[in-house]
Design a protein around this ligand. Sequence first.
Ligand SMILES: C[S@@+](CC[C@H](N)C(=O)[O-])C[C@H]1O[C@@H](n2cnc3c(N)ncnc32)[C@H](O)[C@@H]1O
Length: 195
Amino acid sequence: MPAMSAVERLFCQSSAWGWFAGRLVLRWALQGRPLRGDVLELGAGGGAMAKETMRQFPAARLTLTDVDPAMLAALSRRLGRVQGAPLVTADATALPFVDGSFDVVTSYLMLHHVIDWEAAVAEAGRVLRPGGLLVGYDLVETRLTEWLHWADGSPHRLMRRGQLEGALADAGLETTSVRYDGWYQVVRFAARKPS
Ligand SMILES: C[S@@+](CC[C@H](N)C(=O)[O-])C[C@H]1O[C@@H](n2cnc3c(N)ncnc32)[C@H](O)[C@@H]1O
């Protein structure tokens, strides 16, 4: 089931986004945190971040998920011979994993496409082990981000400034950092499940 417009799906699969996201955005999003242990990526899309994650953190045991099977197929093509991570078609609001399955859950630029993104944050909290980390980034509702999605036509529900902090707390996660960048267009976040 496509969650994005054809234009945005093509963009996420493009080499340009793959290069930019992989080389620059991953490091920025993680804010220097290493990825270790069992790592779940939500809405992995075309695999831009996944490919670079495998390169930078070869010891991480990565599970890649997306609600759209076509995006997972594109991801599989991008990984090519670097395969090795399970690819699972999964809705981030109803993950097919038992409680406490992962050390880290990553979410890069996907929550605003989930619509009920608070439910995805809650699911991330559920599948994390005690002491586990949710880390990622997303867009914030501004005139520019709303206009971009209106023009593109993808279904979306952008979080407003300050909403994420409440959703993290409701999910039982302790916020480690929430940083707004680019004049509040984007937010980087990290939150830990109490041990
Ligand atoms: C803008 S793309 C980002 C892809 C990738 N994370 C990246 O940074 O390149 C958003 C992705 O989230 C996926 N997505 C949207 N709603 C979802 C949901 N409810 N559960 C899982 N994935 C979802 C879309 O199919 C799409 O692949």
